[in-house]
Design a protein around this ligand. Structure first.
Ligand code: PXL
Length: 285
């Protein structure tokens, strides 16, 4: 039997609203991956569409947590960062990556900053410069096209896109440092929506999309990133893992649309998990 993989997930805990750690932990666990968590902040809800949420910043706890893990001799097959609770955390997460970097582990940065052309309300524009520096330490980054524009310091363009545009965005993001870039929210027409995986080493670009479902579904970036990492930790290539993540995220969106749940409540990924497990076990024979 293969040795079990262990991941450290560095995201916030939004008590209500299915995103960040309340999505990453169950998805990685279902995928058979041991998930160590470092909460960057604890909120009553996420910040997307709710008002009056509580916000407990955990910046001061992060390095001591990492140092404790290091003292215990723990190592991680992947480090996965997402929503950060403060600007200062960008440098701290960089330090934590340095602490646990090995020649063959994976650093995945989801540069969570915004969507639909806008930064999340808790962030200021200088977050983008710090996030670009953090992305330089990653092997793989998973920005949506809003985050890609902020990382590159340029204006956001809504889709549909041309392949040339997606390729040059991915190439310029790879020049920031990460070898691999998975762009989410990519569409070349009105019908399909999906992800483009770019491998800087070979220059290959792969697009995989499913039928677009109209509207905004909160937390799907985290569902996507966590599933992508689940695939990678189960030995899939970047392209296969991105396809798995598009399919899973699309399945969750279809369920949620069917149920007619408030879009701020996150997607019903829980009842889609058996399909993810089935897909992973099919591939792993
Ligand atoms: O899903 C991204 C995300 C994560 N965490 C918090 C958020 C958001 C997006 O709004 O507010 C706290």
């Amino acid at each position: 039997m293969q040795r079990q993989k262990r991941v450290a997930a560095i995201h916030d805990i939004s008590g209500f609203g299915r995103c960040s750690l309340t999505v990453a932990l169950p998805i990685l666990s279902a995928a058979g991956v041991e998930c160590t968590v470092m909460p960057t902040a604890v909120l009553s809800t996420h910040t997307g569409g709710f008002t009056g949420f509580t916000y407990r910043d955990l910046t001061a706890d992060m390095l001591p947590m990492a140092q404790h893990w290091k003292a215990l001799g723990l190592s991680f097959d992947a480090l996965y960062s997402g929503f950060l609770g403060s600007f200062e955390q960008l440098a701290l997460v960089g330090e934590i990556f340095d602490l646990f970097r090995t020649p063959d582990n994976l650093i995945l940065v989801d540069p969570v900053m915004g969507d639909e052309g806008k930064l999340y309300s808790v962030y200021s524009p200088d977050m983008a410069k710090g996030m670009a520096e953090l992305c330089a330490k990653a092997d793989v980054i998973v920005p949506n096209l809003t985050e890609a524009a902020f990382l590159l310091g340029e204006e956001y363009r809504p889709g549909p896109y041309t392949e040339g545009y997606i390729r040059q965005v991915a190439e310029r993001l790879a020049k920031l440092g990460p070898e691999k870039v998975v762009l989410t929210g990519v569409s070349f027409d009105d019908r399909l929506l999906g992800a483009a995986s770019f491998d800087g080493a070979s220059g290959s670009l792969d697009f995989y999309g499913r039928e677009r479902v109209e509207g905004y579904f909160h937390g799907t970036g985290d569902v996507f990133g966590s599933t992508l990492l689940s695939g990678l930790m189960n030995g899939e290539s970047l392209t296969e893992a991105a396809r798995l993540a598009v399919d899973f995220t699309h399945g969750c969106i279809l369920r949620t649309r069917e149920e007619g749940t408030d879009r701020r409540y996150g997607v019903d990924f829980e009842r889609e998990l058996p399909r993810l497990i089935e897909q992973l076990s099919k591939k792993n024979g």
